[in-house]
Write a protein that binds this ligand. Structure first.
Ligand SMILES: [Zn+2]
Ligand SMILES: [Zn+2]
Length: 255
């Protein structure tokens, strides 16, 4: 399995970080987790083919996680691919229908087959050529009413991607023994915040529910984190024995 961080930023622009997007290559399938603004360009820069993506899997419907989905579907259509599978939380169908409503000229050009998910579901995504070679579990996150985290298993390797969230017991459980946990870390140490994560919020959770994932990648970094990365990883390392890495756009991780 190969992870490509496409976008490690948030709703506020900054150098080198576009909005949320993580590409998972299972050797047979390409799965795109979240697709915020800037992600389509990053797919191209990563030298992956946007037309080859099997499915888009969304953590929640905030603009910095879905902003480039229509742009991606349109790009596919322009080069001859007209369908896409989308998996997302409750509300994804309504979001898609309402968004498409605005773009008259795109109507009938392409279609999306949408599956809405709830917490604690397990599924095998349907790819362009039948079932994908991975199994995915969902868990609720502390962000919106329906936001989801994903546990992806393929060829004996596991990755957990939180999307936006406060640290939570569910996520610690979901990440038990995982090879990689991709956890959001929006704001720096001591920053007063709810619905997102700071390093100290994460370690407070780790004290009660020790993190057993082998590696931790921090993503969804607000500009406030600039200059505070080292402080974040140093702080987390006091509570966690695994490797802690601040993700960057276009960083590739082989599993
Ligand atoms: Zn959000
Ligand atoms: Zn976000």
């Amino acid at each position: 399995m190969e992870i490509t961080f496409l976008g490690t930023g948030t709703g506020i622009p900054q150098d080198g970080r576009v909005q949320s997007g993580v590409l998972l290559d299972t050797e047979k399938n390409l799965l795109l987790f979240d697709c915020g603004c800037g992600v389509l360009g990053r797919i191209h820069e990563s030298r992956h083919d946007h037309k080859a993506i099997d499915a888009i899997i969304i953590t929640h419907l905030h603009l910095d996680h879905v902003g480039d989905i229509l742009a991606l579907l349109k790009a596919n259509w322009l080069i001859g691919r007209t369908e896409m599978r989308i998996y997302g939380p409750q509300g994804t169908k309504e979001w898609y229908a309402k968004t498409m409503e605005v773009y008259d000229y795109l109507k009938g050009r392409f279609s999306a087959q949408i599956t809405e998910l709830s917490p604690d579901e397990e599924f095998v995504p349907e790819g362009t050529n039948g079932k994908c070679n991975c199994s995915i579990r969902t868990a609720k996150t502390v962000h919106t009413d329906n936001s989801l985290a994903y546990h992806i298993e393929s060829n004996g390797k596991t990755v957990v991607y939180t999307g936006d969230t406060e640290p939570s017991e569910e996520i610690m459980e979901l990440a038990e023994g995982a090879d990689v946990l991709i956890h959001e870390c929006s704001f720096p140490l001591g920053f007063p915040m709810t619905n997102h994560t700071t390093p100290d919020m994460l370690t407070l959770m780790m004290e009660e529910y020790p993190l057993t994932a082998k590696k931790l990648y921090l993503t969804h970094l607000y500009p406030h984190m600039q200059g505070r990365y080292r402080e974040a990883t140093d702080h987390i390392k006091k509570y966690y024995k695994g490797e802690v890495i601040v993700a960057k756009d276009l960083m590739i991780v082989q599993l």
